[in-house]
Design a protein around this ligand. Structure first.
Ligand code: S3P
Length: 455
């Protein structure tokens, strides 16, 4: 777990010329978590390649091992390994001997809470300073309705936070639940609880969110159906399910690809290819928005890999124009807003981004932290309760010259590292260690494109 004060590792990226080359980004974080969890619930051997070996996903692997799954990495190489998972079967999770350390990972926490909620075991969840401030009430409420007994730590503003202890119900009670927030984590927690709940558990989502859980649950053989209605998407899962082991190829993470994509757009002369990027429509909002701003992004070699659409992205530096970003697309690019704010700083005119309340409860308050850092780097912006308005500089370099407090937030750190690539004075990130939660190869990949890292 990263301690905010001990041995911070500052980072500054600069570019003296165009970024060029052909790179890949690590596996999709959301898909990687789900592959480990479902593999751990299938009887037999699941094999996974392309798994993101970042700290968040490794926290999920450790937790699934602590609850009885056998998980090993076979083969060498930085990204050449295969993961083999021998699961315990739905209903077979064991009582963990010690607290489950979730590190920085909200996805691990909320999805695993769902799994534990319908097993006859008790688990305590702990996390780092960032995760311990994040709201868990959104998952606690539906899981209590399914019968789980949960004791959480009171946080600021009536928030229910970690550490928390959850005693599962067995049998759990099937639930029909309309999501009050557009959250794939809440949806997934309920569906995962539904796996070991007799009868049909139903989640209604008025606004669509990423659908990796639905795709992968169906792939593992769960009885899951999705229908559209005036109230939104209705997802029904039938418990008690039996899952069949799978061979999974995890595509590159579009949320990680966002950083080299924006870097190539803002550094003059750049011409970059990013291979094997997931373009699931519930995740690909940033590409559409950057293209609407004039971004030169071509999708090459579109294909389906492991049930998910994938493409190679060809991105070239070009002039961007500020737009009003449609708020209804926010869930399809929720993790990409910090780096979109950076792209907006290089557009001509203003970019208005609203409907982003959820950004305030991510690894940091991403609206406030980005606004503060952009202003410190000489970018004019206005913080709104639910978004940000950025006054673009028409492609001019930003003044820069600031040190950014990234608040243990990997995406804040990477966003400002990218901003620094076209700044007159260096932009320094106070502590780059959180980048390892989602993108351990970020710095070497940027160096491969021609950037220089100053540590
Ligand atoms: C995720 C869902 C999103 C996203 C997070 C990963 C997932 O969170 O921000 O990084 O894997 O389900 P919410 O569901 O809370 O919006």
């Amino acid at each position: 777990m990263i301690n905010a004060d001990a041995n911070p590792q500052p980072l500054c990226l600069t570019a003296t010329g165009p970024l060029t080359g052909d790179v890949t980004v690590p596996g999709d974080k959301s898909i990687s978590h789900r592959a480990l969890m479902l593999g751990a619930l299938a009887v037999g051997e699941t094999r996974v390649t392309g798994l993101l070996e970042g700290e968040d996903v490794l926290a999920t692997a450790a937790a699934m091992r602590a609850m009885g799954a056998d998980i090993t990495r076979v083969g060498g190489g930085l990204d050449g390994g295969e993961w083999r998972i021998h699961g315990v079967g739905v209903g077979g999770l064991l009582q963990p001997a010690t607290a489950l350390d979730m590190g920085n990972s909200g996805t691990s926490t909320r999805l695993l809470m769902g799994l534990v909620a319908s097993h006859p075991i008790t688990a305590t969840f702990t996390g780092d300073a960032s995760l311990s401030g994040r709201p868990m009430g959104r998952v606690i409420t539906p899981l209590q309705m399914m019968g789980a007994a949960i004791t959480a730590t009171p946080g600021p503003g009536n928030r229910q936070t970690l550490p928390l202890t959850l005693a599962g119900a067995c049998p759990a009670i099937a639930l029909r639940y309309t999501l009050p927030v557009a959250s794939a984590q809440v949806k997934s927690a309920i569906l995962l609880a539904g796996l070991n709940t007799p009868g049909e558990t139903v989640v209604i989502e008025p606004i669509p969110t990423r659908d990796h859980s639905e795709r992968m649950l169906a792939g593992f053989g769960a009885q899951l159906s999705v229908s559209e209605s005036p109230a939104g998407r209705i997802i029904t899962i039938r418990g008690e399910a039996e899952l069949t082991p799978q061979t999974i190829v995890v595509p590159g993470d579009p949320s990680s690809a966002a950083f080299p994509m924006v870097a190539a757009l803002i550094v003059p002369g750049s011409d970059v290819i990013i291979r094997n990027v997931g373009i699931n429509p519930t995740r690909a909002g940033l590409i559409t928005v950057l293209q609407a701003m004039g971004g030169d992004i071509a999708l090459l070699n579109e294909r389906i890999v492991g049930g998910e659409p994938v493409a190679d992205l060809h991105v070239k530096h070009c002039a961007l124009t500020g737009i009003e970003v449609p708020p209804d697309g926010a869930p399809s690019m929720i993790d990409e807003y910090p780096v979109l704010f950076v792209a907006a700083a290089f557009a001509s005119g203003r970019t208005v981004m609203r409907g982003l309340e959820e950004l305030r409860v991510k690894e940091s308050d991403r609206i406030a932290v980005m606004a503060e850092g952009l202003k410190a780097c000489g970018v004019t912006c206005e913080e709104l309760e639910d978004g940000l308005i950025v006054e673009g500089r028409g492609g001019d370099a930003v003044p820069g010259g600031a040190t950014i407090n990234a608040r243990l937030d990997h995406r804040i750190a990477m966003s400002f590292a990218v901003l620094g690539l076209n700044a007159r004075q260096p932009v320094t990130i106070d502590d780059a260690r959180p980048i390892a939660t989602s993108f351990p190869t970020f710095v070497p990949m940027m160096e491969q494109l021609g950037a220089t890292a100053h540590r």
